[in-house]
Unconditional design. Structure first.
Length: 219
């Protein structure tokens, strides 16, 4: 008895869609995917606004809701006043006043100035200031011939490193030394951010006759 042969049904072979039917199907899919708005039949697009107007509108919104971010605070300092003291020294007359405006200790700023200039200097007392006739007490006497532009560039560097907040660019910061890590911290009172400031490194110092004499006496 002959066994019945198994018949496998692979289905009917799909015919390829013609080009016209294919385009028609794509158009139907696109029409179904489009978002149809109801109740806006009379809506017409408005005029195109330039980029500058949109940017001004954005700034106004920021200033309205958060004026501290929108308004950029200007940090204004008095220019350094430098006068000659003899032939080999200069006096930074308003040094203490600038330190007060920056809200930084005089000793810290003095250490930075001496390290960057690679020279020697000291804060003049009342008697020294009156004897020299160089103005008010608190001036910094530097050994060397420095001009106001040199002191101004040095102040910009100090403000960037030890005054300005890196997050909000505000000058309302405080300088604090961590007792546990011995690192100098710059803390912002506006945004609350804090960062470590670079330690002041002594610059180049030429060996003078006094240094050699002190080294011989130490031996």
């Amino acid at each position: 008895m002959a066994e019945d042969e198994q018949v496998f049904d692979f289905g009917t072979k799909k015919k390829k869609k013609s080009k016209e039917k294919k385009e028609k199907a794509e158009k139907e899919d696109e029409s179904q995917g489009e978002v149809q708005l109801q109740g806006v039949d009379d809506w017409t697009p408005g005029p195109m606004k330039p980029y500058e107007d949109l940017l001004d509108r954005l700034y106004k919104i920021i200033e309205t809701h958060n004026p501290e971010v929108g308004n950029k605070e200007r940090y204004v300092l008095k220019p350094p006043q430098v006068v000659r003291v003899g032939s080999k020294k200069v006096a930074w007359v308003n040094f203490s006043e600038i330190c007060t405006m920056m809200k930084r200790p005089v000793d810290h700023v003095q250490q930075f100035v001496l390290a960057e200039f690679g020279t020697e200097g000291a804060i003049a007392g009342t008697a020294t200031a009156r004897a020299e006739g160089q103005g008010q007490d608190g001036q910094l006497v530097l050994k060397g011939r420095y001009q106001p532009k040199h002191c101004e560039s040095l102040l910009r560097k100090y403000i960037k490193e030890y005054v300005t907040c890196e997050m909000c660019k505000s000058a309302a910061t405080t300088l604090r030394k961590d007792s546990s890590t011995r690192l100098t911290m710059v803390e912002c009172s506006r945004c609350g951010a804090s960062r470590t400031a670079a330690s002041i490194k002594a610059g180049f110092h030429a060996v003078t006759r006094g240094d050699r004499k002190a080294a011989k006496q130490a031996k």
